[in-house]
Design a protein around this ligand. Sequence first.
Ligand SMILES: [Zn+2]
Length: 293
Amino acid sequence: MKLLSGCLLLFMMSCQSFPDTSASSDLMQPASVAFTGEKSLAKAAEEFEPPRVDPPTTAIPSASVILSKKQVPILCYHQIRDWKPTDSKTSKTYIVPPAAFAAQMRMLADSGYHTISPDQLYAYLVSGAKLPVKPILLTFDDTDLDQYTVGYPEMKKYGFKGMFFIMTVSLGRPHYMSREQVRMLSDEGNAIGSHTWDHHNVKKYEGNDWITQLDKPTKTLEQITGKNIRYFAYPFGLWNTAAFPELKKRGFVAAFQLNEKPDKADPLYCIRRIIVPGTWTGAALNQWIQRDF
Ligand SMILES: [Zn+2]
């Protein structure tokens, strides 16, 4: 626990400057520079009216009931690529080399884990729906292209599905997924969630920020997938309770953080995940899953 919390802290510190840093790193492109076609995409997104599906009507059980359930392990990945000499020690905690990712997926398959969807997780937490044995939710943040080109093919070997949290400003940029690739992931049964427009910290939103960071990206993602977007991941894992009503009134039924303790009153809006470091072998990951969830 201590080790990972430390890693997460470092990770968050390293990401704090994300929107403003230079484009030298795959993860750190300047968010304020619009890519070609952004205007027309934004316009199309504005014009698109997705068919809204009402949120589930099942009564939400009390927070204590939800918190008393055994946690489903939820893993969080970012870049899946070989380390470069310029990668810092901190970076290596969230850049997973393809061979390590392959070993981790093989371990999950060999150990009998079954990937589940966020809808399955939600149904389990809210209505007590049954899950397969050894359930696990694989999540991917930040729209990195290698999640599609390297990570997903590895998952497909075992029939695994994932949840991809998309930062819409990056769509179509070099080193990031295109709209078509996101559409393909969705069509093949993976879940797509929102990770804001340009990764700004939710705790600092004011004025029109909710529209820029939530409403417009949600429309874009619904236009791409043809499905309602119901799940959100906080940039940097940072959240506060002021965000909950904003998410709720926009139809989000759950939100994912990183490794902080969940809110005691509203645990569905701060579901816990762990970042899998690139240094972990399959065995290390297995050990961690069993110890931490
Ligand atoms: Zn992120």
